[in-house]
Structures are given as C-alpha cells and as structure tokens.
Design a protein around this ligand. Structure first.
Ligand code: UDP
Length: 239
C-alpha cells in the first residue's frame, strides 16, 4: 500500500501557551494529553519526531526584563520554563506508550539528557520522540530559533508549527478582520518583508538560509497533525 505520508523526520514546534488550555497560565494536563495524542498518531506512522515546546505559558524573558529583571537571568528562567513543559509532554507521551527523551541545551543530568547530536539522531532512528528543551541554551534567542536550529541539525524535512485557533498565516489578523485571507504558500522573504507574524526574524533567516520548509497549521482538530503530514487540511507553507 501507498504510505500515508512522504515525511520521515519532522520537527513539531508548539508554543508554551498551547499547553495552558483556557487557564491563561501554566500547564493544563488534559490539553497536554490531547497534544500527546496528536503526536502519537504521527509516531504510529513510523515518522521520526523532534519537538520543541516554548515556555511562554510560564515565563518569558522579555516580560521579566520589562519588570526590571536582568535580561539574561530572565531568559534563563524562560529556558527553565521550557524544561518543565518538556517534562509534562514526556510524561503524557510515555503514558500512552510513546517512547521519548528530553534533551536539554542546559545541563541538568538528573532531569534530562545533555544535547549530543549523534546521540539524539540515534534516538530518532529508534523511533523515540526527542523533546529538545531549554531552547538554544543561550539568552536573547527564542524557542522558534531553537526549533529551527535543531531541525537543521537533525536533518528534519520540515518544521511543523502547530497553532491554536488559527490554521495558517493570514495577510492580517483573522481574529480582528473578517476579510483576512490565508496564504497557501509564502516565501521567507515575504514573511520578513511584510512582517508577517510567524516566527522571529532570526529563526526565519536560519530556516531560509538552509532551505528548511515551515508549515503552519492548526492543532485544534483531532488528527490534524497527521492529516497535514498526509497533505490534508488547510495550512500555510513557508519556503
Ligand atoms: N529563551 C532563551 N533562549 C532560547 C530559547 C528561549 O533565552 O534559546 C527564553 C526567552 O526568555 C523566552 C523564553 O525562554 O522568552 C520562552 O521561550 P519562547 O518565548 O520562545 O516561548 P513560546 O513563545 O514559544 O511559548
């Protein structure tokens, strides 16, 4: 039979907010479990999965520094927030029989593996979902850049950016403008030139310079991630 998808190794990036449900802050376990199911449906296809989860549901460096904290300290707190989210996702995935590794860019050996590229590749080959935590390990970056960096290092075929409440990139905010139009595809240069809100500019540039496609889709529909990998559903492709 025809394989359901042509993808064999992908990066899934979700924001920290995707894990907070309607709470407005923190982790909402049923929401984490729902997203874990989405990942399992794709893992069941034999697709190798990398994940990067943001930390904005717990702490953002910029908001900390806006309130007077030293910026790099605030950024490290943001990176630690992503580790908590990664552990929550690991727990939800393992609960439903998906093997995982949390791989941290900041060493904390009792909690997560350190990042060693060849070791991470080996985990993927063994079909373990690799959740890359602590961003890039450097302040002044975002988890979008971390996702792009790791996707390049792991030779992922594309980055899938799972969104809540929106199924792609629009010419204006679809929540405010009823006539907003979704792009089917858009170039990285257009994203930068038109300042479309997708990823920050350094992440966009890193993806562009390495010809790494980015697919923005909605995580709201059950089976949506698997559908997108099979070419179904609506999304915007940046590339
Ligand atoms: N962060 C960082 N370096 C990185 C990745 C993240 O300093 O390589 C910090 C930064 O303070 C950021 C926070 O971690 O605000 C949470 O990440 P992000 O804002 O990307 O999360 P998201 O918006 O995707 O939830």
């Amino acid at each position: 039979p025809e394989p359901e998808t042509t993808f064999s190794r992908v990066m899934l990036k979700i924001s920290g907010e995707a894990l907070m449900g309607d709470q407005g802050f923190g982790l909402h376990p049923p929401t984490v479990q729902r997203i874990a199911q989405e990942v399992k449906r794709v893992s069941d296809l034999g697709v190798e999965i990398c994940m990067v989860i943001g930390g904005g549901n717990i702490f953002r460096g910029l908001s900390g520094s806006a309130q007077g904290m030293e910026r790099t300290t605030a950024d490290y707190m943001g990176m630690l927030a992503t580790v908590m989210n990664a552990l929550a996702m690991q727990s939800a995935l393992e609960e439903i029989g998906v093997f995982t590794r949390v791989i941290s860019a900041i060493r904390m050996d009792e909690v997560a593996e350190p990042y060693i590229r060849r070791r991470a590749v080996r985990h993927l080959e063994k079909k373990r979902v690799c959740i890359f935590a602590a961003g890039t390990g450097n302040p002044y970056f975002t988890t979008d850049t971390a996702a792009t960096l790791r996707a390049n290092e792991m030779a992922c075929e594309a980055i899938f950016m799972g969104k809540n409440g929106v199924d792609g990139i629009y010419d204006k905010d679809p929540k405010e403008h009823a006539d907003a139009v979704r792009y089917d595809s858009v170039s990285y240069d257009d994203v930068l030139a038109k300042r479309l809100k997708v990823m920050d500019a350094s992440a966009i540039a890193l993806a562009r310079d390495n010809n790494l496609p980015l697919i923005v889709f909605s995580l709201d529909e059950p089976g949506g991630f698997r559908g997108i990998l099979a070419g179904r559903g609506t999304y915007t492709k940046v590339g």
